[in-house]
Design a protein around this ligand. Structure first.
Ligand code: SF4
Ligand code: SF4
Length: 207
């Protein structure tokens, strides 16, 4: 699941100069996280109308990043054709896909933060999409995503009482240690991870 949060209205209005706006929500992650489903789209519609914008229409696509027919979206939503710009309430993936399909100016209403999930509560920063998954070595806790320095071979030594020196979250490497201990796999700490192939993160190189 892609974790996103809503931008503040004043930030959206700073970039949204056009008057006639069509709002597009997403029925997947953005709906589950309550940042871009029908309720939030309708709230946005009211807030933009109060700010003086004309709302040409709105819709919530089943998945903004997976659109099989843009022609069908256009025929079901004639307001898109009348609008001067689209405000997209989905992750950046959805905004990119729609920007490719539509000739209209698009604007993101959300900030895409990380790849995570929901396990009781929202869990952010679970994967940094590095393109070569070795999370098993770390007991299922990804240092690429969870350690601000992305350290693959042990802690930096800057943690104070278990708190990261960068932003006061729990040190990811403390968590990795605790988890490996619980699993009886502390021997994993002896692995030396070779430098990652950063080209894989960009999805450009397979080997
Ligand atoms: S090792 Fe790479 S692919 Fe695996 S969870 Fe971490 S960032 Fe994601
Ligand atoms: S304190 Fe821990 S989580 Fe923070 S940068 Fe250092 S190793 Fe990474």
């Amino acid at each position: 699941m892609i974790i996103s949060t809503q931008k503040e209205l004043k930030e959206i209005l700073k970039t949204l100069k056009e008057d006639s706006i069509f709002i597009i929500g997403c029925g997947k992650c953005a709906t589950k996280l309550h940042v871009g489903g029908e309720t939030e789209v309708l709230e946005m519609k009211n807030r933009l109308a109060k700010a003086g914008k004309t709302i040409a229409g709105w819709t919530v696509l089943s998945s903004a990043c997976n659109i099989s027919s843009w022609e069908e979206v256009l025929s079901l939503n004639p307001g898109i054709g009348r609008s001067a710009a689209l405000l997209i309430m989905s992750c950046g993936g959805g905004v990119s896909v729609i920007s490719k399909l539509s000739e209209k100016q698009t604007y993101p209403a959300l900030d895409t933060e990380s790849l995570g999930g929901i396990g009781g509560e929202i869990q952010k920063e679970q994967c940094g999409m590095c393109g070569e998954c070795t999370i098993w070595k770390y007991g299922g806790i990804c240092p690429v995503a969870r350690c601000p320095k992305g350290l693959l071979n042990g802690p930096c030594g800057g943690a104070v009482e278990g708190k990261c020196e960068v932003d006061e979250r729990k040190c990811a490497w403390d968590e990795i240690y605790d988890r490996l201990k619980k699993l009886g796999k502390l021997s994993h700490l002896e692995f030396i991870h070779t430098p990652r192939n950063h080209a894989k993160k960009l999805g450009r190189k397979k080997n």
